[in-house]
Design a protein around this ligand. Structure first.
Ligand SMILES: [Zn+2]
Length: 185
């Protein structure tokens, strides 16, 4: 049993035990998910956030058109049988590339939370920025050549990566919380 004889007897006045609803991993993945929600891509919405070792956000992004380009003026279709100029792939910047290009500080040693495991082009950028770790939600393109290249780049450059699982219970709790906020406006 804890020895409490030396503790100020007033230390429990107005004392309420507290704990955060969210772990840092959950908190930042939810931010990445919110960023993805902003994407106009009708098929694949991806979001990410990069944070430093003190859990401060450095930058975030989602997949979208080049800054300054009217997103309604580019083709969003993913039909790869038509020429590239008529495919979204010719115009869209991935969330990680957007976040990195708009970062105001160094990403060296940062952690990146991404809703989808990065493609090989983004893996190049991430490794070049000396990001220390990638935390991802989905790896739906696993076993594709691009995905294998990403993992090889990370392994060769020392970027750690791990998958995070979020439970429906967490999302449900957040959902109820957000609805509760609206009741008091
Ligand atoms: Zn990418």
């Amino acid at each position: 049993m804890e020895d409490t004889t030396h503790i100020d007897p007033g230390h429990l006045v107005n004392f309420v035990p507290v704990s955060s609803q969210l772990h840092w991993d959950e908190y930042f993945m939810l931010q990445a998910m919110l960023a993805s929600y902003k994407s106009k891509d009708p098929n694949t919405k991806v979001g990410c956030v990069f944070v430093d070792e003190n859990n401060h956000q450095i930058t975030m992004g989602y997949n979208g058109a080049v800054a300054g380009v009217d997103e309604t003026k580019i083709p969003w279709g993913n039909d790869r049988t038509v020429p590239l100029e008529y495919q979204k792939y010719g115009y869209v910047i991935h969330s990680e590339a957007n976040a990195i290009s708009h970062a105001r500080g160094s990403l060296k040693g940062s952690r990146g939370y991404i809703t989808l495991f990065p493609c090989n082009e983004c893996a190049k950028l991430i490794a070049s920025q000396r990001v220390s770790e990638i935390v991802y939600l989905s790896d739906k393109y696993r076993d594709t050549p691009e995905n294998r290249i990403s993992k090889k780049i990370f392994q060769l450059s020392g970027v750690k990566y791990r998958q995070l699982t979020l439970t429906p219970k967490l999302i449900e709790g957040l959902h109820q919380y957000l609805l509760g906020l609206l009741k008091h406006v």
